[in-house]
Design a protein around this ligand. Structure first.
Ligand SMILES: [Zn+2]
Length: 340
């Protein structure tokens, strides 16, 4: 699981859902919220997941795949009554999948993503990769049937030590047979930053080898535990033979995105279908709040490379705004202070 987003992000969601056309930011008593201004209400009735095929339909590809961007959603636990910030209700999850299906989104596999990133394949115009982290029983028992009913597939980022039992292996194989993809999320789920090289190598290579031998599929993607990584970890990922890796900085991916820094949209408790709509539309108010929050967290943790990535996203989001240069100054000061 990654860094926790603050409660204000949930409040942002609720406020965003109420408005279609504009917001102003209000900061009071240390709590940031968005107030809709002069707008008609956004319809927020969750869409029901359509009943469609049991198998994902073949992809119909875009004519201009260079222009396609790929949002990657990230879920953790799906349950009727969410118990943690990383848990989403079954009702909200069904609504998310219904929204994606009704709005013409098509799920893609990691194999499709590799071909697209390498320039050898195309993706549908409205593609989405739906990822699930850690390996929880709800992935198979709740999420998978909902995905199947919509004709969708998922990508499961597996902590290999949690999926060594016969039942997990059988469930993962069934999901693979349906078209789902599997990636490694390490053996132990420890932070990889500063890890002794032999241990780091083991986390990356052994989890890959274990999943490949258990599931008889190639494991080509990695998901950084907690979203923590640096340049040394990226180097180790490449040395271990991975084609790409997922981070927790929000954004959408293009063919130009670094393969070992694929952005994702993390879903949290109470984030309903209205919130999903704003995430996929890359609402600048919402994303600015994400980036400012994450930049502070990663700066505090001295994960300067990730702060650089966030600054790049801020610059792309709002080229003329001062936020990126503010964080650039803070990053330079922090680096000078720490000697690196
Ligand atoms: Zn995790």
């Amino acid at each position: 699981m990654p860094f926790t987003f603050p409660l204000f992000c949930v409040r942002l969601a609720r406020c965003l859902q109420r408005s279609l056309c504009g917001f102003r930011v209000v900061v009071a008593a240390g709590v940031c919220c968005l107030v809709p201004i002069g707008c008609s209400p956004r319809p927020s009735e969750p869409a029901a997941a359509p009943q469609t095929t049991e198998q994902p339909a073949p992809l119909s590809v875009s004519e201009s795949s260079d222009a396609v961007t790929l949002p990657v959603l990230c879920y953790h636990v799906i349950e009727d009554e969410p118990k943690s910030v990383w848990s989403l209700s079954t009702e909200h999850f069904k609504a998310h999948i219904g929204y994606l299906a009704e709005n013409g989104y098509r799920t893609v596999s990691l194999e499709d993503v590799t071909l697209w990133l390498d320039g050898d394949g195309r993706l549908p115009q409205k593609s989405v990769l739906i990822t699930f982290d850690d390996w929880d029983k709800s992935h198979y028992e709740i999420a998978f049937p909902i995905l199947k009913r919509a004709g969708f597939t998922g990508t499961f980022n597996i902590i290999s030590s949690r999926a060594a039992d016969a039942r997990s292996i059988a469930r993962l194989k069934e999901m693979i047979d349906h078209g789902c993809s599997i990636a490694s999320h390490s053996i132990s789920h420890k932070s990889l930053i500063g890890m002794k090289p032999s241990l780091l190598q083991n986390e990356l290579q052994q989890s890959k080898a274990d999943l490949e031998s258990r599931l008889a599929v190639e494991i080509s993607y990695f998901c950084y535990p907690y979203g923590f990584y640096d340049k040394a970890v990226i180097g180790a990922i490449e040395d271990a033979g991975y084609r790409g890796a997922f981070i927790t900085v929000p954004g959408v991916n293009s063919r130009n995105t670094e393969h070992c820094e694929l952005r994702r949209l993390l879903i949290q408790k109470d984030w309903d279908v209205g919130y999903l709509d704003h995430l996929l539309a890359r609402d600048p108010v919402l994303f600015r709040a994400f980036y400012n929050h994450q930049a502070q967290q990663f700066l505090n943790s001295r994960m300067y490379h990730i702060v650089e990535v966030i600054i790049g996203e801020l610059e792309a989001l709002e080229p003329d705004a001062a936020a990126a240069s503010k964080w650039r100054d803070r990053l330079d000061k922090a680096r000078n202070k720490s000697g690196g």
